[in-house]
Design a protein around this ligand. Structure first.
Ligand SMILES: [Zn+2]
Length: 90
């Protein structure tokens, strides 16, 4: 089992990655504050939340449009292929 030093190193790496993302994607400074990549709250949030947005453009299509996920569609396609192969053999 890995120790606390390893988890701290991983956390620091995730926060450094989040800082880079915030600096490049949301390089905007609010009039009364510091830029987002200097805000520890923003950095921590993005470091622990890999997909921070769930709007209809980014989010789960099942939730917003009732669609199946890509993996589920793939499984259903394979199933129907197997069924048609079985029918052809009979
Ligand atoms: Zn979004």
């Amino acid at each position: 089992m890995r120790g606390i030093a390893y988890r701290r190193q991983k956390e620091e790496r995730a926060k450094a990655r989040a800082r880079r993302k915030l600096q490049t994607r949301w390089n905007w400074t609010p009039p009364d504050g510091r830029p987002a990549h200097h805000d520890p709250g923003q950095v921590g949030y993005l470091a622990t939340t890999p997909a921070p947005c769930s709007c209809p453009a980014c989010g789960n299509p099942r939730r917003h449009f009732g669609e199946l996920l890509v993996a589920e569609r793939r499984v259903l396609d394979q199933l129907s292929d197997q069924i048609s192969e079985l029918r052809a053999e009979l």
